[in-house]
Design a protein around this ligand. Structure first.
Ligand code: HEM
Length: 510
């Protein structure tokens, strides 16, 4: 009996010992984390001391002030009190300087600070180390390699492909509105811009708007936009291992798989095409290659220059950047025109006098629609598709007003707040296309929908062409008006979206 009793006692003693060690280690780890939190917070407070900030909680930062879906609106409330910039505390040991002054923008964009890991790192499982996330020499090499894909001679024939994708979308609208004249734009437009980028950059031969398969990619992109944003704002979701175990982490993993399946298929099909000697010869003869062929040929000519991983990252980056931004742009522009029927009509008249009723649009038409271009720019000002970008300072910086920041601080360039800053734009909430009339004077860094400096948008010209084609062809066929019962609420995600969709009343013109 005594032997029988002694075994469990020994085992219990062993377990208690292990538990003691675990408790001790946990305590040490906790103390280490508390010290780390304290020291980093002290460093941030000192680094940001020249910039007053709205009151914040020592642990929860500005979380109570910035409700998840009202960030953009909250920034606007504080512009008056904190001119130029203020520190935004995400939690006790995580803060960045949010900047919305043109001189500040100019100072930052004139340097070559890298993208901030805190803000962009969570995009990596999805779009990999493509042009958007790369830094330093690797970024420079990729940018140089891909710039020819946006050459004038390449972009010219894309206008026809863009027009074709827009017409397919408008045909669908025409059928839809016989049942319900109210349409939610964002999903329709996303599918159309995905169709366009697939045809233009990836030499895809069919229209994905006519099939069913691409809806899942669009949905995955929407989910990932929300998930990446929530992760940035949640202190407990920062660690990869912990995040992967949460429901959000599992959803993000699943959405990435769907997105990658789509891009893998595109690469596979084009590679198969290039196995064909005639097709390969055609490519070799081309003076300017399109985007995917540049990537594939760079790999074929010099096997080590572009790994499969790099190739995939660029395809994922351009597939996403090339359609989600333009979908946001087009949807919000059409909404702005629906809200301002007089400007809508003036654009329509300009386009009718340019194209007649033939609805055939070419490259040469694109710089002959000045009024429509002014309206597009004004909508991009009020609704910038990329509302915020970030950099981490690689060396100290001093702004024109003499205030400075040390190396290591993250600065967030808040284009949305810049575009609504009353010190920069008088009556910023008023839609006034004449701000962009020829001869109108602005600060060089007052209007930055495509960012600025060396890391500006590589697809700017492509995007502006697509916006013009989409707006022109839509206004020729339909009259747009808002749905007063569903006013869209802009929210900041990777691109500007609407919390409750963008619904418009769409009426066919005779
Ligand atoms: C209305 C449409 C668009 C807007 C408003 C827009 C805006 C921007 C902005 C603000 C940036 C800077 C991002 C940062 O600093 O983190 C950027 C970068 C970029 N954009 Fe766009 N973009 C648009 C369309 C496009 C299109 C159509 C493509 C591709 C076909 C594209 C590809 C890229 C890429 C690859 C970068 C990273 C460039 C680099 O870092 O070198 N964008 N875009």
């Amino acid at each position: 009996m005594s032997v029988f009793m002694s075994i469990p006692t020994g085992v219990l003693g062993g377990i208690a010992g292990v538990l003691q060690v675990i408790s001790l280690l946990s305590l040490v780890l906790l103390l280490f984390k508390v010290a780390q939190f304290y020291l980093h917070r002290q460093w941030l407070l000192k680094a940001l001391q020249q910039f007053p900030s709205p009151p914040s909680h020592w642990l929860f930062g500005h979380n109570r002030e910035f409700q998840k879906n009202e960030e953009l609106q909250q920034f606007l409330k504080w512009i008056d009190k904190f001119p130029c910039a203020f520190p935004r505390w995400l939690w006790g040991s995580n803060a960045f300087l949010s900047v919305y002054d043109p001189d500040y923008m100019k100072t930052i964009l004139g340097r070559s600070d890298p993208k901030s890991i805190d803000a962009y790192g969570f995009l990596r499982p999805w779009i990999g180390n493509g042009l958007l996330l790369l830094n330093g020499q690797a970024w420079f090499q990729h940018r140089r390699m891909l710039t020819p894909a946006f050459h004038y001679d390449i972009l010219k024939p894309y206008v026809g492909l863009m027009a074709n994708s827009v017409q397919i979308m408008l045909d669908k609208w025409e059928k839809r509105i016989t049942q319900d004249p109210y349409l939610e734009l964002f999903e329709h437009v996303s599918l159309m811009t995905l169709d366009t980028i697939m045809k233009c950059a990836f030499s895809y031969q069919h229209s994905i708007q006519l099939g069913r398969n691409s809806h899942s990619y669009i949905q995955a992109v929407g989910n990932l936009s929300n998930l990446v944003f929530s992760r940035m704002r949640n202190a407990f979701y920062q660690n990869d291992v912990i995040y992967r175990m949460t429901p959000d982490g599992r959803s993000a993993h699943h959405a990435c798989q769907i997105a990658h399946k789509h891009t893998d298929q595109v690469i596979k099909q084009r590679k198969a095409h290039l196995q064909n000697e005639i097709e390969l010869e055609n490519i070799r003869k081309k003076r300017h290659l399109d985007f995917l062929d540049i990537l594939l040929c760079a790999k074929m000519e010099n096997g080590s220059s572009l790994s499969n991983e790099d190739l995939r990252a660029e395809v994922d980056t351009f597939m996403f950047e090339g359609h989600d931004t333009t979908a946001s742009g087009i949807s919000w522009i059409l909404y702005a025109l629906a809200m301002h029927p007089k400007h809508q009509q003036s654009c329509r008249e300009e386009i009718q006098s340019l194209l007649g009723d033939r609805a055939i649009i070419t490259w040469d038409h694109l710089d002959q629609m000045p009024y429509t271009t002014m309206c597009i720019k004004e909508a991009l000002r009020i609704y910038p598709p990329v509302p915020i970008v970030s950099r981490v300072l690689s060396k100290p910086i001093t702004f024109p007003d003499g205030r400075s920041l040390p190396k290591g601080i993250t600065v967030s360039l808040n284009f949305h707040t810049l575009h609504h800053n009353p010190k920069v734009w008088s009556n910023p909430e008023v839609f006034d296309p004449f701000r962009f009339a020829p001869g109108a004077v602005q600060h060089s860094h007052a209007f930055l929908p495509f960012s600025g400096g060396s890391r500006n948008c590589i697809g700017k010209q492509f995007a502006m062409n697509e916006l013009k084609v989409a707006v022109a062809l839509t206004l020729l066929r339909f009259e747009l008006s808002p749905d007063p019962t569903r006013v869209p609420i802009p929210i900041s995600r990777v691109v500007l979206r609407s919390l409750n969709g963008i619904y418009l009343h769409v009426k066919k013109l005779h």
